[in-house]
Ligand binder design. Sequence first.
Ligand SMILES: Nc1ncnc2c1ncn2[C@@H]1O[C@H](COP(=O)(O)OP(=O)(O)O)[C@@H](O)[C@H]1O
Ligand SMILES: [Mg+2]
Length: 298
Amino acid sequence: MSSATVERHDAAHSDTPILTLDDVGKSYGNVHALRGVSLNVRQGEVTCVLGDNGAGKSTLIKIISGLHEHTDGTMTLDGVECRFPSPRAAQASGIATVYQDLALAPLMSVWRNFFLGNEIHKGLFRTLDIARMKRICDEELAKMGIIIPDLDRPVGGLSGGQRQCIAIARAIYFGARVIILDEPTAALGVKQSGVVLRYIVKARDAGLGVIFITHNPHHAHLVGNHFVILKLGRVVLDAHRDELTLEQLTTEMAGGQELAELSHELRGADPGKVVTPAEVEHGQVEAPARPQEEEPSA
Ligand SMILES: Nc1ncnc2c1ncn2[C@@H]1O[C@H](COP(=O)(O)OP(=O)(O)O)[C@@H](O)[C@H]1O
Ligand SMILES: [Mg+2]
């Protein structure tokens, strides 16, 4: 969509975005993983970033979370240009990233994970204040409606959905202003996905700017205020919720024009046809061609 769409969206909200990307690009040698990406992340909104494999979603997250630096364009936080030389620098600026698999340490207990890197100590010998950490962890999870009967249990025994939720609660408690969720529902079933989507809404209601990375238009549309679709490293659509139906989002994600062409091509292949083993044996049907290799992606 045109940049006019983006401006209209901006005008509808007078508050300035927390985080802005302006014409951001990233090259890995000769590979342009991102080109001219502009994005506004606002407080109390869910910004969905959609795109197929290789679209540049992970690259975008890596730039915002301080894992990689962008090679073009500018990023601003509260209107001030910034660059994050390390994940710690991004975290210190209030940007929390929840990676799909690396969100928590599986062998550690729930409360240890909650305070990992932010432990509370007490007394002259600075011993861990376990009772206090457990109490806070319990209270914070309860606030989010997350029920975990035993906080001493290793996180590895919990469901994927529960782990994502603990990571979200932790980010909120430690004062994150922007939370990035990298495909949090990709490996989850319908019910667990629902649980995570609820906490995405809670993070939004807690006033965070949520960046929700997904390739599921249904999940995006359930919670998103704002949608950005990446394709081969470029923004191909940037629209506010009012400007887009679920059908349009689904079609865009399915590849719109490409899908129409494929449909046209496959019509000739007679999709309703059934091939019997006898036909194959008598050489009346060609052996299927080897499926083409998928494009490699990081
Ligand atoms: N470290 C890297 N070195 C070289 N190319 C990379 C690297 N990371 C990603 N790419 C390339 O950048 C493009 C975007 O990748 P990525 O951001 O992982 O997409 P997505 O997360 O949407 O699947 C791909 O073509 C990928 O091969
Ligand atoms: Mg990725």
